[in-house]
Design a binder for this molecule. Sequence first.
Ligand code: ARG
Ligand code: ZN
Length: 874
Amino acid sequence: LPIRLRDYAPPPWRVVQAELDFELGIDASEVGARLHLARDPAQDAPLRLDGEELELLAIALDGAPLPAGRWRYADGVLEVDGARDGSVLETRVRVRPAENTALEGLYLSGSREAGFLLTQCEAEGFRRITFFPDRPDVLARFTVTLRADRARFPVLLAGGNPDGAGELPGGRHWARFVDPHPKPSYLFALVAGRLEKIERDYRTADGRAVKLAIWSEADAIGRCRYALGALERAMRWDEETYGRNYDLDVFHVVATHDFNMGAMENKGLNIFNAKYLLADPDTTTDDEYRAVEAVVAHEYFHNWSGNRVTCRDWFQLSLKEGLTVFREQQFSARMNSPALKRIEDVALLRRAQFPEDAGPLAHPVRPAEYREINNFYTATVYEKGAELVRMLAGRLGEAGFRRGMDLYFARHDGRAATLEDFLAALGEANGLDLSPYLAWYAQAGTPRLTARGRHDAAARTYTLTLAQHTPPTPGQPDKRPLPIPVKLALFDRAGRMLPLRLDGQTSAASTERVVVLAQAEQDFVFRGVDAPPVPSLLRGFSAPVILECDYAPEELALLLAHDPDGFNRWEAGQQLALRAYAALRDGGGEAAVEGWCAALAALFDDAALDPALLADLLTPPGEIELAEREREVDPARIHALRQELQRRLAAALGGERLERHHRKLAADAGAQPDAAAQARRRLKRRVLELLALHDPAAALPLAQRQYESAAGMTDRLAALAVLVRHEAPQALNALAAFRARHAQDPLALDKWFAVQAQIPGEPALARVRALEADPAFTLKNPNRVRALLGSYASGNPSGFHRADGAGYRLLAERLAQLDALNPQVAARLATAFNGWQRLEPVRREQARQALAALAGHGALSRNLAEIVGHLLPA
Ligand code: ARG
Ligand code: ZN
């Protein structure tokens, strides 16, 4: 049965203090727990603790062993008789880390001989470690003692401050950690094994001396420097921007190659997928550098938005995730280019979240029900959730948002909160009622915003009519209007912004302002407008909606040329590209294609333009985004048309001009990750890709040369991708060289798998099959699974969506196998089937059959069963 938001009840029993004792071993670890209990006097419920796959060795209440009749353990629940307010429950359990392939709870990373032990508890992994009320509204003080063989586990870490360590007989040792801050069980963590560290002393703005340490296995410790710098930048930024200081004497960050997700914000002991922590120019691309900085910051920011103030229940997940993604976006914008960051984030939203909102997996930012919470760590909860916080922050302005955040942190510090609490604090601090925005959290689906403008020459007015409509989603047939903030400017035909005088407005005119569409349809009248203006709407993507506005092509060209809002400038180019694409698809004449190409050709040699922005302007919307706009999707056709569109652009720019540009950019072939060098590499890649479509005979030797001379991973991988995707004769050698060069590095090897899984069209499937037989492939490592099967199924539409259905059958078979090992990763991978109902009939039927076969498989995990159940409703 699903768990429902409306059924929430406070915990009848709390744990105020938890003393944990670990005897660590690879095959078996023993966990002793002393839980100091508090009973809610208003409730009369038996003591029930969560526990999964635990072998109970001993149990005692208030110092006395409990006889068998006084407790029951079944279906993941331990029920204990006779507990009172203030009772102490002691349990001792055995768990088996080496057999734990779900990578949830206590598990082994790496080999039995060389690997290390670690934990992952969010959302409900702590119950695989010991019996506990494993819910985020139970906040306890944790004291953790670790014991282990010193030679095998020289490093012992847990969350909180260190509180002693020493030797034990028989070559064993111990270490104790005390966390003074009450926390929910999902933030518990420990790490034990052979690890190296780099350290730095940090002093917080409020004067605390903190030891920062980043830990990894020995071979990777040289690649931790960048993350340490990023951590320090994030800490300073949070002090300066939100007045938030770190609150323990140590801050540990640990890298692992075996991780279900990106990273985890465990109190004082963050644990990272190595992909988001390790960085050096030889193995890390520029995009990955930025991801490392962003994820390090994200996890650090959770210390306040998530840890000090946590979530009452998992329905509130976006309270910490949406807010923390938003804080990370602000930080990254500050550290890098704000316009590029916004473009990157909106592109991600459109590629990952809009399809979620438009298909059978659609759910509100605050879901109303779930079966398996791990399935709700989604783009909707994270990315759309961040957009909602951005709207609120925009509504309040910088100072107002800070006031609201201060109140939120002060009021809820040390407690578990709800989204209502968040909106109330933001509102109260500013004398505003923000509750209308709650509707955004409850309603799934992406609103369509339509805009029409009418100029009245006699009255010198411009009337902007905004209207909204949200299509139905599963379980929500009827939608209400939402408050949609539309940031806008008006341009005259020379590309100058006009002062805005809104009807009824008294304040001084500015050239940009925000109007809020609160109803289904509203008019906004601007006065003193002499000639029909060109509106720049939804600037900076001020709300997560799909804007429909019937611009004339020359109006979009004007915005592309003149809009100082970097995001909207790019967006105008995207709109032109979409029209060019539609013209190619529908045989709708040459004008749209030529118009798009000419507009970009005019910008191509503009020295004032950021090369990274130019690279993004030269990139039309991706295949997934294009598919979202079709009623019936044929991924092969979309791929072919998009290639053709790019070929036309390349032809318009001209082979010689592209080659010259590539040569110029190749001249400075360093590998430093600074923004200017990153921007040039980004453009270099785009130019090479375009040239390869236009004139492979010229481009492929260039790509080979770039591969051989590349100073770092960005240029090397870009060149390799071009060779591989074009099935160039040089590709085989380059792949072999790449493999040999990076044989010892799992993260680089993942790229080797991924680049081949993304070969477009027909050849992809055979390649994926062959790679599955590679000795380096394993279903047990999530990064490797994502690199091969994820890149194929979710990152290669024309390769995966085969008319013969073989891609679907391959995925369905692997899902069943993977599910038996790691349900979380299997369920995530299965979302590649999202959108199958909108495929053209032949593929649709193939997908349906593959899904039906999977659904009939019998023993699916709750994770995968929930996803398949949504994809294939009964
Ligand atoms: N809280 C982590 C983060 O976003 C992610 C945890 C994901 N957990 C999960 N069960 N999928 O920083
Ligand atoms: Zn997070």
